[in-house]
Design a protein around this ligand. Structure first.
Ligand SMILES: Cc1cc2nc3c(=O)[nH]c(=O)nc-3n(C[C@H](O)[C@H](O)[C@H](O)COP(=O)(O)OP(=O)(O)OC[C@H]3O[C@@H](n4cnc5c(N)ncnc54)[C@H](O)[C@@H]3O)c2cc1C
Length: 365
């Protein structure tokens, strides 16, 4: 049997940053990881300039910079009008750049920096629960892990929350299809990040490094595009009416397409007697926001403070305050995300844009 203070379920960015911060505060903890989760697909997530002061405050800026593909200095957007806009980070303060991160490398560096104790399991994880909260987690029917506080950092899977039947609320049905392509540099675009909306959804293509682009298309199951996007050979016809996105496609290749959920969602509860959720498990953002990783970092930071207040100061309100903060952030996020979608009015009759228009009406502040 293992006994510790904090048990973190999941070793993505959120779980590992929490581990890093708990180590720095001398709070004993373990991470539970499921072996065989597979290699992380390189989405080449972009961190906006506004995320860099947060990393600096946590002493993690250098780690992120050293393990990123490159700096980003802006992006182009073809959204809501027939003009391509150039969004330049030059006027941002104090950082005039964002980062195109290499998540796999950052995860390895964080694991090393946190010196996290990791317990892996293969098949089953079950919790024993009493009125005072979670007592322990039993892994593969043999390893029992006891703790004073449990954390769900399993991303959109919300594995711990599912164990006590906490449902998720989906705010839209957005799904994504992504692949890596040989890099093509567009003659009309300065920045190597390009976002474009089209009748059946929207897409983002960005350079990972000197040889590869990553291309993601976002749509809904009810769209015509959805049926074909699983096969790369259909992308050319699906994107045929786009302004520049189609130019990034390369003929005679067969890249692997990775599909998944990309919608805005939140569990019904983010904390309980002795547990909390963070990162995507607490609130999952639409990738259009570019704030999923920032959310993972920020929630790990405020969760660390709440854990200290609960375990060291015996503050019984600590988790409730954490939950209130999460709810406030999510409401603000939802409102700005909805504004972005309603600013696109060119295809009011398309099933895709109708869904997002309706969603914004339902959740008007
Ligand atoms: C196509 C796409 C593009 C994106 N682009 C951006 C972007 O440009 N900028 C940005 O900031 N964000 C972006 N995001 C979002 C970003 O990737 C996520 O918000 C972020 O990775 C969430 O981190 P996390 O640690 O909360 O969850 P995850 O990264 O999902 O980590 C969860 C961890 O839990 C583990 N796990 C899962 N189930 C179990 C289980 N049962 N037991 C134990 N462990 C488990 C997983 O293996 C994983 O290690 C994008 C997402 C998508 C899909």
């Amino acid at each position: 049997m293992i006994h510790t203070e904090v048990v973190i379920f999941g070793k993505g960015i959120a779980g590992l940053i929490l581990s890093f911060l708990l180590s720095r505060n001398n709070i004993k903890h373990v991470i539970i990881d499921r072996s065989g989760e597979g290699k992380t697909f390189g989405y080449g997530e972009t961190l906006p300039p506004s995320a860099l002061p947060l990393l600096q405050r946590l002493g993690l800026l250098q780690l992120f910079e050293e393990n990123s593909y490159r700096k980003t200095f802006g992006y182009h957007s073809y959204w809501g009008s027939d003009q391509v806009t150039n969004i330049n980070f030059y006027h941002h303060h104090p950082f005039k750049n964002g980062l195109k991160i290499n998540k796999q490398k950052i995860l390895s560096a964080l694991e090393k920096a946190a010196q996290s104790k990791i317990i892996s399991y293969c098949k089953s994880a079950t919790t024993s629960y009493k009125s005072t909260g979670i007592q322990s987690i039993l892994l593969d029917g043999k390893t029992e892990v006891q703790g004073n506080l449990f954390v769900d950092a399993t991303g959109r899977k919300r594995a711990l929350l599912k164990m006590f039947n906490i449902d998720s609320i989906a705010f839209d049905p957005l799904i994504s299809f992504s692949c890596h392509l040989p890099k093509l540099k567009h003659s009309k675009l300065v920045h190597e990040v390009y976002v474009e909306s089209f009748e059946q959804g929207w897409g983002i293509v960005s350079a990972l490094n000197k040889i590869e682009n990553v291309f993601s298309i976002f749509t809904i199951k009810r769209s015509q595009a959805h049926k074909g996007l699983g096969k790369y050979e259909n992308w050319k016809s699906i994107l045929s009416d786009t302004k520049y996105s189609k130019d990034f496609l390369v003929d005679k290749i067969h890249p692997k397409i990775i599909g998944g959920n990309s919608n805005s969602s939140k569990p019904q509860k983010v904390t309980g007697e002795n547990w909390l959720a963070l990162g995507d498990a607490a609130m999952a953002f639409d990738p259009l926001s570019s704030h999923g990783i920032t959310n993972a970092i920020y929630t790990a930071m405020i969760a660390t403070d709440s854990i200290k207040q609960k375990l060291i100061d015996n503050d019984s309100n600590a988790l409730t305050i954490y939950e209130d903060t999460i709810n406030q952030i999510f409401d603000q996020y939802l409102s700005s995300k909805n504004q972005l979608y309603v600013s696109e009015r060119r295809w009011n009759d398309s099933p895709f844009w109708k869904v997002f228009m309706l969603e914004s009406l339902l959740h008007e502040p």
